[in-house]
Ligand binder design. Structure first.
Ligand SMILES: Cc1cc2nc3c(=O)[nH]c(=O)nc-3n(C[C@H](O)[C@H](O)[C@H](O)COP(=O)(O)OP(=O)(O)OC[C@H]3O[C@@H](n4cnc5c(N)ncnc54)[C@H](O)[C@@H]3O)c2cc1C
Length: 487
């Protein structure tokens, strides 16, 4: 396994094609907007090497026989699923920022079982290719990004019905030694600082006309023809403002506050060698691949959210203390509610892992119904927690001045005097906590938590599909005397 420094060394050697604010980024490891995500991934590598964290962050791989980072591990038991949940809550509360390595793990797990199914039923050799790949990845302890989400154009049309055929990634040429693909993946977490990108289709395809869109593969993240256009949102603008300061305006001064360092990933006729292709036209298997990826992603987001809720709750408790209202009955009630909202999601997070089942070739998947209930509940509860945090924080959440104004002697003295809460807490501490709450309660963070893993309607669709309504109506019919009891 690599240290964080080795991970960064590897990234330095790569030749990515990244754009941000109208310019090409020549040295990603020196670029301010990439500083935080790189620091997070490097820190996770270092933590995985620390014996204190090895139970949560490492596993013995049945593929290599060696210890590997759990971000590259195939879940082989309910215990693996539960550890994954505990690891998420632990990592998020430790870092206060997105781990970035989850989508790649989803790809590893979904492809492991789906390639196995395909080979068994179709006589293809995708699974062996995939096993060779995952062995290489585990042995070199690589950071994988996982890309499913196409740009999708008109959402009411299939991939093959779009006015522009490139709205979904697709094969444009088949050669003896590989394929050429064109299209774009949207909102991708961290591929511009990853070693490899694992690509999967984003829609379940049932029509043979979708064949060219049923494509999955993995390539180095700096492969020729790949372009990354990085995000720029309000949180990023704050990162800009905070350049050259202690980072107080970001709230999280240790790891920044990025919930998805994302990019649009453009594939401009990218060549994929044969040995890296894991699906090439088998559209009927997009269902297995996407459902498994989606279920896993939703499961661990429910492990992640309670960690975020812990931080929002901790910061809200602090601001209540700094404002001198911590003992007021309505504040105690609201803080209790925050804990209730958090632990409700945590209970569901553990439940969906506990009721996991083997899916194929020894790989485990969490319970789909409970997973989707958990994810939906986590999104709802986030907004409830945000309401309370905003309520108790007060208007300073909007009007907080910048660190530069706090440090300017002309203005700093007034800020220090007039933005003090209780007398024995420095004003600066109060403002730091306000910034911390600000960073976790709105704008891009809310959208990131809402949409990553799919919007709420996606979970409702699965909840309806997975609910055994017949079983429920049957019992009513028996108990109401409409049908006879069956023994
Ligand atoms: C921070 C962040 C990180 C992410 N990281 C990754 C990543 O690493 N890898 C990855 O693959 N993806 C990633 N995603 C993508 C994420 O999965 C999508 O954003 C999400 O699934 C929603 O897709 P969309 O953004 O295209 O929104 P849309 O699909 O356009 O959804 C917008 C609304 O339209 C509705 N809608 C969509 N289609 C239909 C339809 N046909 N009929 C009726 N209603 C419809 C939805 O329910 C929703 O209410 C990330 C997203 C975010 C925000």
């Amino acid at each position: 396994m690599r240290t964080g420094a080795k991970f960064l060394e590897g990234i330095k050697k790569r030749n990515y094609n990244i754009y941000h604010l109208g310019k090409k980024i020549e040295n990603p490891t020196e670029y301010p907007m990439l500083k935080w995500p790189l620091k997070v991934v490097a820190r996770i590598h270092d933590m995985a090497l620390d014996p204190k964290h090895s139970d949560l962050l490492t596993a013995t791989s049945p593929i290599t026989g060696d210890k590997v980072n759990r971000f590259l591990h195939v879940f082989g038991s309910i215990d693996d699923l539960l550890i994954r949940q505990k690891k998420m809550r632990f990592l998020i509360t430790h870092l206060g920022s997105c781990c970035l390595m989850c989508p790649g793990l989803g790809g590893v797990n979904a492809l492991y079982s789906t390639t196995y199914d395909m080979d068994k039923e179709l006589g293809t050799n995708y699974h062996q290719r995939f096993m060779d790949y995952i062995k290489y990845v585990q042995e070199n302890d690589l950071f994988l990004a996982g890309a499913m989400m196409d740009v999708k154009g008109n959402r009411s049309q299939n991939a093959f019905e779009q006015a522009d055929p490139d709205m979904y990634l697709h094969i444009v040429e088949e050669r003896d030694d590989g394929i050429v693909v064109r299209g774009a993946k949207a909102h991708q977490t961290g591929p511009m600082i990853a070693d490899e990108v694992v690509i999967m289709p984003c829609d379940i395809m049932r029509d043979p006309k979708a064949k060219d869109y049923a494509v999955s593969f993995a390539i180095p993240a700096d492969t020729k023809g790949l372009t990354y256009i990085m995000q720029q949102n309000l949180a990023d603008a704050l990162t800009d403002t905070a350049e050259g300061t202690d980072g107080m305006d970001l709230g999280n001064v240790r790891y920044g506050c990025q919930f998805g360092a994302t990019a649009l990933m453009v594939f401009d006729d990218v060549f994929v060698p044969k040995e890296r292709i894991f699906m090439q036209g088998e559209y009927k298997y997009t269902s297995n691949l996407i459902t498994r990826m989606g279920t896993m992603a939703r499961m661990w987001q429910t492990g992640c959210r309670p960690g975020i809720f812990d931080l929002i709750t901790g910061a809200t408790k602090l601001i209540a203390e700094y404002n001198g209202v911590a003992k007021a009955p309505h504040v105690i009630d609201k803080l209790t509610e925050m804990s209730f909202l958090t632990e409700t999601v945590w209970g569901l997070a553990l439940a969906c892992a506990s009721f996991g089942k083997p899916v194929s070739n020894g790989a485990y998947l969490p319970d789909p119904l409970l997973t989707n209930v958990a994810k939906l509940q986590s999104t709802r509860n986030y907004y409830e927690l945000v309401k309370i945090a905003i309520d108790l924080c007060g208007g300073l959440l909007v009007s907080v001045p910048s660190e530069k104004d706090c440090k300017n002697p002309e203005t700093g003295k007034w800020i220090d005097k007039y933005f003090r809460g209780v007398a024995d807490v420095p004003t600066e501490h109060r403002l730091r906590v306000v910034r911390f709450i600000q960073s976790l309660t709105g704008g891009p963070v809310a959208a990131a938590l809402h949409h990553s893993g799919g919007p709420m309607q996606n979970q409702k669709i699965v909840i309806y599909r997975e609910t055994d309504f017949n079983k429920k109506t049957k019992r009513v019919k028996v108990l109401a005397g409409i049908e006879e009891e069956e023994f």
